[in-house]
Design a protein around this ligand. Sequence first.
Ligand SMILES: Nc1nc2c(c(=O)[nH]1)N[C@H]1C(S)=C(S)[C@@H](COP(=O)(O)OP(=O)(O)OC[C@H]3O[C@@H](n4cnc5c(=O)[nH]c(N)nc54)[C@H](O)[C@@H]3O)O[C@H]1N2
Ligand SMILES: Nc1nc2c(c(=O)[nH]1)N[C@H]1C(S)=C(S)[C@@H](COP(=O)(O)OP(=O)(O)OC[C@H]3O[C@@H](n4cnc5c(=O)[nH]c(N)nc54)[C@H](O)[C@@H]3O)O[C@H]1N2
Ligand code: SF4
Ligand SMILES: [Mo]
Length: 667
Amino acid sequence: MTSEFKRSVCPYDCPDTCGLVIEAADNRVVKVTGDPEHPYTRGTLCPKMTHYERTVHSPSRLTHPLLRTGEKGSGSFRQITWEEAIERITDGWTKIIAQYGAEAILPYSYAGTMGIVQRNCGEAFFHRLGASRLERTICSSAKGYGWTSVMGSTLVPNPLEAQASDFIILWGTNALATNIHFLNLVREAKKRGAKVWLVDTYETPTAQIADQVVMVRPGTDGALALGIMHIMVRENWIDQEFIGKHVQGFEEFKVDILSSYPPEKVSELTGIDVGLLEQMAKIYSQASAPFISLGSGLSRYGNGAMTVRTITCLPALVGAWAKRGGGLLANISAKPLDLDKIKRVDFMQVPTRIVNMNQLGNALSELSEPPIMSLFVFHSNPVIIAPDQNKIIQGLMREDLFTVVHERFLTDTARYADIVLPATTSLEHPDIYCSYGHYCIQRVSAVIPPLPEAKSNWEVFQLLAQAMDFEEPFFSQSADELIDQIMNIQSPLLKDADLIELQKGNPVELHLPDDYKMAFNTPSGKIEILNPTDAESLPRYIESYGDDAPYYLMSSPSLYSLNSSFNERQELVDKKEAAYLLMNPLDAEEKGLCDGQEVIAFNERGEVNFIMKITAKVPPGVVVSEGLFKLKDMPGSRSINALTSQRLTDRAGASTLYDVKVDVRPA
Ligand SMILES: Nc1nc2c(c(=O)[nH]1)N[C@H]1C(S)=C(S)[C@@H](COP(=O)(O)OP(=O)(O)OC[C@H]3O[C@@H](n4cnc5c(=O)[nH]c(N)nc54)[C@H](O)[C@@H]3O)O[C@H]1N2
Ligand SMILES: Nc1nc2c(c(=O)[nH]1)N[C@H]1C(S)=C(S)[C@@H](COP(=O)(O)OP(=O)(O)OC[C@H]3O[C@@H](n4cnc5c(=O)[nH]c(N)nc54)[C@H](O)[C@@H]3O)O[C@H]1N2
Ligand code: SF4
Ligand SMILES: [Mo]
């Protein structure tokens, strides 16, 4: 059989959104390589995706709908047909709706696939059903809030600009694991003489490419930014002309806020030496085009939105926006597509209840009027990825909760389902992809037919809509027709010729206007350090939550998994070696803990077993666990999110996954 080669896109929740070339033969994927013609990712992939065919054809793929036969969580199921599965689901829902109303049904989804259609198509169905709505804020909503508060909907800089910068700050981003193609640009800038600084709470693998690592106390980056700006103002290292023309509220900020953050105080708050603060302020303001790449980790704290807001003020003080190579890279949100045509809020007859995804544990056990009686999980794995695991598992154990999970694998969440439905992988369904890390967009078609019985998200919602007698023509369209619909929009970012390229499945770069970085899209047309629409009109430092325990717990991403995805691949799990807990030698000595020993990290919410790894890369007072693991790959019965909390950020209802403290004892 001869091979066929087709373009596709990496579907995972990663800023790089790589272009792929898929070699398929005999309805099987033979090889996956990077697309050398992709304008941004240029042919390279991360170690997870180089063998994507092993995920697609994994022996552990779900191949049939399943019905629970054992206790919830036991993983005992028997095979049923799709007809029976759909009938059981719609019968179950019809009864629940009759007794409690449709708001007793809660969809739970996040980012298993980033394809615009497969990711969002459930919304139309659940709006039509009248179900509770899920507030999808686990990842970067607080970061988005902070950026928008200062910059409005100004376009984020093209990451390619970083190559032209002479000073790059990787601020709270472990880019070597999570943003490898951006690091290629950083390396390019370095070759031309740029200096690179890293601001993080421990020495991550990314430290190897940094000229200087600034180790900040967790949750205090807002104070760090204020301290740097205080020094810049004190030394008059600011761009008065730029500020005068383009910044709102600088004088108030300077007098009311910055004056209260002298370096000595900031050093106390952040744990950073005064000398290093002075040096950071100097090199940042004297650079000709300073560039900040801002990660999301520091926004997952009780003060996360304010922290991002404060850091976002930095480039304004030196006029970095006016310079090629200068600025601040937050998440790119430009989508030249009409998402309303797929989310169909208009299908909702009355506005229904909103449940925050970070508080699933409480929702399952505490909500009333009506209680949650059915949970429909698709492309998400809440048992592993959402905070307060014990509360979630307790909820999922409820005998009266009817849980359906649509998945590619029998995840720790799927094990608690009453009914499991098998899902396609991205190579078995069409979609269109935008990126939050670069300005390319690409439409893809399926490369191989779906594995027997696997169905895409959209196909499942079509079946459910049919069985529920929804008569809207919307539900009888194909996924390709939906893609056509959302592309039917006038956008200056896309030209007619691009539409032809998209139809062919080729990657297309969006057209950014020449002056886009200086086109401040805020109500005042200026950068709004002072934002009169926020109850706090000026950024300031506020404290994070913390807990009554000695060590801040970081749970940063691993190079070998993506949230809980890729845990189906044993060779990648093996590369992570074990669920380590990294701790500073001084802390370990004080606690009498040895390298390689099994330990328990604990707080008021739970206990999790880890293997101790003692390393000076982690400062005293911080412990670190990299990557999310399946429960069966943990030394004990729980994983990291048994320690994290359902508390939300200061604004935008985001998760506070890093704003967590624990104590540690021998197992
Ligand atoms: N402690 C801690 N927790 C974290 C994080 C952290 O850093 N620390 N990171 C957080 C962040 S940033 C995020 S974004 C969330 C991510 O949370 P999730 O979006 O839930 O991410 P995944 O763990 O990748 O789970 C996605 C699931 O979708 C399935 N899937 C993939 N494609 C499809 C499809 O087409 N259809 C269906 N039905 N299923 C599909 C996959 O098999 C996988 O099990 O996790 C958060 N959780
Ligand atoms: N290999 C891999 N790639 C991924 C993911 C993955 O799990 N694995 N996840 C994907 C997802 S969903 C997302 S959202 C992106 C995330 O990507 P980014 O937003 O770029 O962030 P991360 O690389 O996750 O790094 C977060 C960093 O924040 C640090 N940090 C935590 N608290 C603080 C703090 O208070 N201050 C400072 N300065 N730093 C702090 C952590 O130590 C960690 O190094 O990556 C995506 N890419
Ligand atoms: S996970 Fe990220 S880096 Fe890896 S192939 Fe996908 S988009 Fe590229
Ligand atoms: Mo994320």
